[in-house]
Design a protein around this ligand. Structure first.
Ligand SMILES: *Cc1c(COP(=O)(O)O)cnc(C)c1O
Length: 403
């Protein structure tokens, strides 16, 4: 065992099951461990490194902003952040941005905004609707919106009412809207840690319509799906809807911590000086990297190229599913956010993950039997083939063992 693994266990609280490798460096779509072994990174630090590692545009922004200044606080005007806010608005809805350092903090900001809005309403309106198996973060407020039993147990939660509905059950949603008069709904357009469940576009349109007729704030948690991950800048855009609040984080800071909310014009007056704040966000360095990410996605066409490669990846995994329907029972997701639903015990899927790692491919496993792929938008055709071939090899081994 690497000395670093022992030192980790001695010094860092154990809140994650780690893969047994110590990373030394990253380059392009690859990570290298202590021994120099190379891994194709289809995990991208949990949907963060949308352009892979050490992308030249990111290095340039790091160097330029990094040698200029790192932190100034919100007492001064912050050029990289202003530019990034303008660009986020240009790629989403007309409104204003509040920046945070993380996804959970974006959820907290959204909750505070929703609360201020429901106070402003004359009618008695409070609470938030969320979907079953949703994930919106782990801080005490966000925790109540995160509907995964292994995550929220044992902790006290806010007294903001939360109503859970089954995804795609429009009738249940309308019933909740009518009987409970909630202030807002927050949904992930593709449920991430809930098992890569893309919401039907018609369902998202239905949510928007119901929000309009019942006067409910429509909030999209784009923390994992945003910034090109699903093939549009934000995933809700596939459905052609217009949310009131968009939560973002993960990919937006180009590898550095950055998150926030975009709030539609008619609600952006709700935060007044003193209502909310943070020392660090928006970090000028994170914002500079965010601008570099958008340059590459839009000006260099990486968003479109990534979507094309994602289509290739999906169709090849789908062919694998046709070939081994008894092993792969589902392929779902959008863009570079895919779930391969395996028909196998959790321990078998865990061992496939380990085998792939031995062969030099990093993937994630979620909900125990779903192989989660979060590849960089820079993934190449030969890397798609490498994954497919290696996965097929593993399925053959499974077949043999099963016989
Ligand atoms: C990761 C994630 C969060 C939480 O973000 P953190 O930065 O880990 O706090 C919230 N919502 C969704 C959809 C996520 O994927």
């Amino acid at each position: 065992m690497s000395n670093w693994i022992e030192r980790d266990q001695q010094s860092i609280m154990s809140t994650y099951g780690r893969l047994p490798i110590v990373i030394e460096r990253g380059e392009g779509n690859y990570l290298f461990d202590e021994s120099g072994k190379k891994y194709l990174d289809l995990f991208t630090g949990l949907a963060v490194n949308i352009l892979g590692h050490s992308h030249p545009a990111i290095i340039k922004a790091l160097t330029e902003q990094g040698t200029s200044f790192l932190h100034i606080s919100n007492v001064f005007y912050n050029k990289p952040a202003i530019t990034l806010a303008e660009r986020l608005i240009n790629h989403s809805i007309k409104g204003k941005v509040f920046f945070t350092n993380s996804g959970a903090e974006a959820t907290e900001a959204a909750l505070k905004l929703v609360h201020k809005w429901s106070k402003e309403q004359r009618e008695d309106r409070s609470g938030v609707v969320v979907l079953k198996k949703s994930f919106h973060g782990r801080t005490l407020g966000a925790l109540k919106l995160t509907r995964q039993p292994g995550v929220y147990q044992d902790f006290p939660v806010t007294d903001i009412p939360v109503f859970e509905v089954e995804p795609h059950d429009t009738q249940a949603l309308e019933d909740v809207f009518r009987t409970h008069k909630p202030a807002a709904i927050i949904v992930e357009p593709v449920l991430g840690s809930g098992g890569i469940v893309p919401l039907e576009e018609s369902y998202l349109q239905e949510i928007e319509k119901l929000c309009r007729s019942y006067g409910v704030l429509c909030c999209m948690d784009e923390i994992q799906t945003g910034v090109g991950r699903t093939g549009e800048f934000f995933a809700y855009q596939h459905a052609g809807i217009e949310p009131d609040v968009i939560l973002f984080a993960k990919g937006v800071g180009g590898g550095l911590p950055l998150g926030g909310i975009i709030v539609a014009e008619r609600f952006s007056h709700l935060f007044k000086p003193g209502d909310h704040g943070t020392t660090f966000a928006p970090s000028p360095l994170s914002a500079a990297l965010g601008n570099a990410v958008i340059d590459v996605l839009i000006n260099e066409g990486q968003l479109v190229k990534g979507a094309e490669m994602a289509a290739q990846l999906f169709s090849k995994i789908d062919s694998l599913k046709q070939k081994y329907p008894e092993r792969i029972v589902g392929v779902r997701g959008k863009g570079m956010m895919l779930g391969i639903v395996m028909n196998a015990e959790a321990s078998v899927v865990k061992s496939i993950q380990q085998q792939l790692l031995d062969k030099g491919i990093m993937v994630d496993v979620t909900q125990q039997t779903i192989i989660r792929l979060l590849p960089p938008l820079t993934m190449k055709s030969k890397e798609v083939d490498f994954l497919i071939d290696t996965l097929e090899e593993q399925i053959h081994i499974m077949q043999k063992v099963g016989e």
